[in-house]
Design a protein around this ligand. Structure first.
Ligand code: GTP
Ligand code: MG
Length: 422
């Protein structure tokens, strides 16, 4: 498999804080609690986009955060929700949790949406804590923190452009000149044994993926040479670059080569033979190339666009790349039938609600749920502290601490906040 990779940090927006407020109206002696809830934090969302072919955007910008929710307001008004951050991502990208290596999602379809970091819910305002026993609650919650992860993105590269041609015509040399790919190049046949993929950067962040495919020979469709195993890779390409050794340096006739390989493609797959073809007449630096080029143009300029180049000197390559970048957007992507859906969205869940670690007289409590409660508690509100103590009891943390041997005066630490045990 061939991958393009990126590592990014995503964080959902924190929820807004709920507030403490009371109605103060003229002629109403006892206004009730009226502190509004905080707004939800925005999500970080990936959306599959078949128009994108690389993860290059994610190499330049690596941190993505969604907006936080606004705080609640007086008169029972909730804060506004934070905007979600929506990121377009190429179809074919697998998203993994960088910490655990676990697959979070596999983007297989255009328009597929996956929330990769959920925003936190808004904290509740004091109006929501009113009960029969407490008509005037003076507590509220802070917003829930948004989820955060480091993610690994891996794109299975699908080539936009495939280089085909006889062995030794210079396919690998071309890809090595126009992309960062470093294939082996040598003056003998079948130097390339597996396809090489390279990302060709054009301008303004535009890019496309090029595949260098092992050389084809007559009979490739029946399995001759390295044949059909690699034709498979050209099936997905939108545009074929048919590379010829126009100098005829191996005593072959480039026009004959072109006909043989085009026939092979047709025999292998009629659909493949329908792809647009550009003829790349390589090795124009070698004496004798000029005559063949004239002959090629004379016979075939009605049927093909012909680009004379020298991969050795670089002549003509820039021109070819610009031309490809110009025509590619108008060539529709071939439909890929039945991509296996190996991966499904999974959620990491731990079976333990919390764990207690002891360091001398310090008891450290760890666990997502209780840590979240700490982050959502305003410890400067007496009622909030009281509520937090009830949560410790309800979750069984009190009892567990006692069982672990905690004594009056010892310290408890949760999510970086420490408390005296009383
Ligand atoms: N003079 C000249 N030599 C070239 C040019 N392009 C490639 N070559 C040489 O041709 C030989 C074959 O080049 P490769 O790029 O390995 O050819 P290939 O098509 O990838 O060959 P296979 O992998 O065997 O199919 C090497 O010795 C290259 O240096 C060119 O434009 N001019
Ligand atoms: Mg090669």
């Amino acid at each position: 498999m061939f991958y393009d990779r990126a590592k990014i940090y995503v964080k959902g927006g924190d929820g807004g804080a709920g507030i403490v407020a009371f109605r103060r109206e003229k002629y109403v002696p006892e206004g009730g609690p009226s502190g509004g809830d905080g707004g939800r934090g925005g999500n970080v969302v990936f959306v599959g986009d078949e128009g994108l072919r690389t993860l290059v955007d994610f190499r330049y910008k690596r941190h993505y955060k969604a907006d936080r929710g606004d705080n609640g307001m007086a008169k029972n008004m909730s804060g506004r929700s934070g905007e979600s951050t929506v990121l377009r991502i190429p179809v074919g990208t697998v998203i993994l949790d960088d910490g655990t290596g676990e697959v979070i999602a596999d983007i297989t379809e255009h328009g597929q949406r996956v929330v990769v970091a959920a925003g936190g819910r808004g904290g509740r305002g004091n109006a929501r804590f009113m009960s029969n026993t407490n008509k005037a609650p003076t507590l509220s919650e802070n917003g829930e923190p948004g989820e955060e992860h480091w993610l690994r993105l891996e794109l299975k590269l699908l080539a936009d452009v495939g280089l085909v041609g006889f062995p030794n015509v210079g396919k690998s040399t071309i890809i090595s000149k126009v992309s960062a790919a470093k294939p082996k190049i040598a003056d003998y046949h079948f130097t390339t044994l597996v396809p090489n993929l390279g990302v060709v950067d054009v301008e303004d962040g535009e890019s496309f993926v090029m595949a260098d495919i092992p050389g084809l020979i007559e009979g490739a469709h029946t399995g001759a040479g390295l044949g059909h195993e690699f034709l498979r890779h050209t099936e997905r390409t939108r545009l074929i670059l048919h590379v010829l050794d126009i100098s005829g340096s191996e005593e072959r006739d480039p026009l004959e080569d072109l006909r043989i390989i085009q026939d092979e493609l047709k025999l292998y797959s009629p659909a493949l033979a329908e792809r647009p073809v550009i003829v790349v007449a390589n090795k124009i630096d070698i004496p004798g190339a000029e005559e063949n080029l004239e002959r090629l143009k004379g016979e075939l300029k009605e049927s093909y666009e012909i680009f004379p180049v020298s991969a050795a000197t670089g002549e003509g390559l820039q021109n070819l790349i610009y031309h490809i970048a110009k025509v590619l957007p108008d060539i529709s992507a071939p439909t890929i039938v039945s991509l296996p859906d190996e991966h499904r969205v999974t959620k990491v869940k731990s079976d333990k609600r919390f764990e207690i670690r002891k360091e001398n007289n310090l008891f450290i409590v760890e666990g997502d749920e209780i840590e979240k409660h700490v982050k959502m508690t305003f410890f400067d509100q007496e009622d909030s502290v009281y509520r937090f103590q009830n949560i410790l009891k309800a979750m069984g943390i009190d009892a567990a601490l006692v069982a672990a041997g905690i004594n009056e005066g010892d310290k408890v630490e949760i999510a970086g906040v420490s408390f005296d045990w009383v």
